[in-house]
Design a protein around this ligand. Sequence first.
Ligand code: HEC
Length: 410
Amino acid sequence: MYDFAVLWDFVSFAVRWLHVITAMAWIGASFYFIALDLGLRRSPDLPDGAYGEEWEVHGGGFYNTVKYTVAPDRLPEHLTWHKWQSYMTWISGAGLLAIVYWAGAELFLIDPAKWDLTTWQAIGLSAGFIALGWLGYDALCRSPLRSNPTAVMLVLFAGIVASSWLLHETFTGRAAQLHLGAMTATIMTGNVFFVIMPNQRIVVADLKAGRVPDAKYGQIAKLRSTHNNYLTLPVIFLMLSNHYPTAFAVPGAWLMGPLVFLVGVAVRHYFNTLHATGRGPLWTWGVAAVLFVIVAWLGAAPMWTGAATEAAEARALSEAEMAFVASPHFEAAADVVRGRCSMCHAREPFWDGIRWAPKGVVLETDGDIARHAREIHLQSAASHAMPPANLTGMEPAERALVARWYRSGG
Ligand code: HEC
C-alpha cells in the first residue's frame, strides 16, 4: 500500500518548490525594475514623452531601454506585462499555508498556552489576520496621510510592530513569524493586483481612446511599488525563520520581525542609493549588522522549552492522536523512540552539544510520541533522516516497527 504520509509530504514539497520559484521570479523582476528605474539617465536625443533611458549589457548583447512616464503616444502592439510572478507567488504561498499550517493546525498553528483555539477558529483567525493586514494598509495609503510618504512609512512600521505582537500572542511562534511574512507579502501582491495593475489598465485604455493619461496613476503605482521594494527582504527572513527555532520559539521572537524590517530598509537604502548615484552609503551595513546582532541576542534568550512543552502537555490528545496510543504496537514503537531519539529530543537533552530539543521536537512522554507520530514516521521509518547519521544505531527492524505502529494508528 502506498504511504499517504509520504504522498502528502511530496504534495507539500511540490507546492513549496513552485512557491520558491515564483517568488524568485517576482523578486528578481522587482529588483531588476527598481535598479532600472534608478539607473535611468536623461539624454538629448530621447523621443517625445520619454523620461530617461538606460544601457545595459547582458547575455552577449546590449540593451537600450527607454522609460515613458506616464505613457508613449501610442499603445505599442506588443506589450509585456509583469504580474503573474506576483499572483503565482501569492497563490502558491496560500496553498502552502493551508498545507502546513491549516492542515497541520494542531502541530504548528495552535499554541494552547496562548489561546486554546479549535482548528476552525485558528484557521479563521489565520485568514482574518492576513485579510485585515491588507485592508488596514490600503486604508492607510488612501488616507489624507498619503501626501506624506515618510508618515505613511512610520504608521506602517507601527502596524507591523502591533501585528507581530498580536500574532505572537495568538499562535505558535513559528506560525506567528510566518503569518507576519504572509501578511506583508499579501500587501505586496495586493498592491500589484488592486492598485498597480488597475491603474496601468486605465492608462492603457486612455491610450487606446487617444486620450492623454493622467500622470497621477503612474505616481500612485510608484508609491506602492516603493513600499513593495522595502518590504521584500524582511518577508524572506520571516519565510525562512521556521528553519531556525531560535528565531521563533523564544520569548523575544515577536521583536525580531520588526527589527528585521529595519534591516531590510537599511539594506535596500544602500542598493537604491547605489543604483541611483553609483555609490551606496556604507553606514547602512553597520546599522544592518547592529540590528542583526540584536536579533541574534534575542534568539539566545532562555529557551522556551519549559513554557511550550508544558503547554503541549496540557493539551489533551485529539482522537487521531489517541488512536496512536491505543495501537497494539504503541509500546514497542515508544520504546524504540525512547531508546533512539530521546537523548536529543528531550526537555533536557543529554546528548553532547545538544542544548535543547532540536526544532522543538520533544519525544519523551506517550503524549509527545503520539503528537509527533507522523513526523517520527517520516523521519525515521519512511526515510532515514533521523537519527542523524544513525548516531544512535537504529536497527532496520526498529524502523519497521515504527512504520507498523504508524500504519496501525493512522
Ligand atoms: C543525535 C541527536 C539526535 C537524535 C538521536 C535524533 N535526532 Fe531528530 N533531530 C536532531 C537534530 C539536530 C535535528 C534538527 C535538524 C535540522 O536542523 O534540520 C532534528 C530534527 C528532528 C525532527 C524535525 C525535522 C524537521 O525538519 O522539522 C524530527 C521530527 C526528528 N528529529 C525526529 C527524530 C526521531 C524520530 C528520532 C529517533 C528515531 C530522532 N529524531 C533522533 C537530532 C537528533
